[in-house]
Design a protein around this ligand. Structure first.
Ligand code: CA
Length: 225
C-alpha cells in the first residue's frame, strides 16, 4: 500500500484528504505544521507528499527546497489557496512535481496522485539487484561482486550472468541462452555457452563444474539458483 503524507494546517482539508486517501487504497498520514512534516518525511518515508504552501513552522517552498537539497526525490504535489501563476512556477521551481489549487475536488486530487505516482514509477531506474549469499549482481550498475570484491567480466559474461540472475530459478537451454544473450542471428555453437559458464564460475572462485549460484541441469541447460 502506497503511503501519502499530507502536510496541511487546515484541519478540515487534512481530515477530508486523509479520509479519502484511505477510501482510495492509500495509507494516509498527516502533519499540521512544516517541522513535523519534515520529520515525518524522514521517519515514515512516504511515497508521495501533499504539501500546503502557507504553513506554521516552515512553509511549503522551504520544505520542498530542503528535501530536494538533501537529495530526497519523493514526489511532491503542492496545494495552494492562491490560484495564480506565481505560486505555480515557484512551487515547481523548488522541485515539486505537480500543483493543485484549493479548493480542489477529491476526485481530481486522487487522479493527480495516481498520475504522479505512475509517472514516478515509470521513471524509476530498473534497479535490479540480485543477491545470492555473498554474490551481488547489480544489473543497473553493471557490477558483480563477491564478498564485496568486484569481479571483472567480459561484456558477454556479464550479459549471461545478468540474464540468468534476472530470471532466477528458470532453466534455459543452451540454444535459448544463445538467442537471449548473443542474439538470434549469432552463428556460434551451443558450446559457447558452456565455455562462458566455465569462465564465469572460475571468476567467481568456483570449480568449473561447481553448481553454486549457477546450476547445470543435466540434459537441459542452466539456471541460477
Ligand atoms: Ca495553510
Amino acid at each position: 500500500m502506497k503511503k501519502v503524507l499530507i502536510i496541511e494546517d487546515e484541519p478540515n482539508i487534512r481530515e477530508l484528504v486523509l479520509y479519502n486517501l484511505g477510501a482510495n487504497g492509500y495509507e494516509g498520514i498527516g502533519a499540521d505544521d512544516g517541522i513535523l512534516g519534515i520529520t515525518l518525511v524522514h521517519t515514515e518515508k512516504p511515497d508521495l507528499i501533499l504539501l500546503d504552501i502557507m504553513l506554521p513552522g516552515k512553509n511549503g517552498y522551504d520544505i520542498c527546497r530542503e528535501l530536494r537539497g538533501e537529495g530526497n526525490k519523493t514526489p511532491i504535489i503542492m496545494l495552494s489557496a492562491k490560484n495564480d501563476e506565481i505560486d505555480k512556477v515557484l512551487g515547481l521551481e523548488f522541485g515539486a512535481d505537480d500543483y493543485i489549487s484549493k479548493p480542489f475536488g477529491i476526485r481530481e486530487l486522487i487522479a493527480r496522485i495516481n498520475a504522479v505516482l505512475r509517472r514516478y514509477d515509470d521513471q524509476k531506474p530498473d534497479d535490479q539487484t540480485v543477491v545470492i549469499e555473498d554474490l551481488v549482481i547489480s544489473v543497473e550498475r553493471h557490477e558483480v561482486s563477491i564478498n564485496g570484491k568486484i569481479v571483472e567480466f567480459t561484456l558477454k559474461e556479464f550479459d549471461l550472468i545478468c540474464f540468468l540472475a534476472k530470471n532466477r530459478g528458470l532453466v534455459f537451454t543452451r540454444d535459448q541462452l544463445l538467442d537471449k544473450v548473443w542474439g538470434i542471428d549469432y552463428a556460434g555453437e551451443t558450446r559457447t555457452v558452456d565455455v562462458h559458464i566455465r569462465y564465469i564460475r572460475r571468476k567467481l572462485g568456483l570449480d568449473e563444474n561447481e553448481n553454486k549460484y549457477i546450476q547445470t541441469i543435466r540434459g537441459k541447460g542452466y539456471k541460477m539458483i
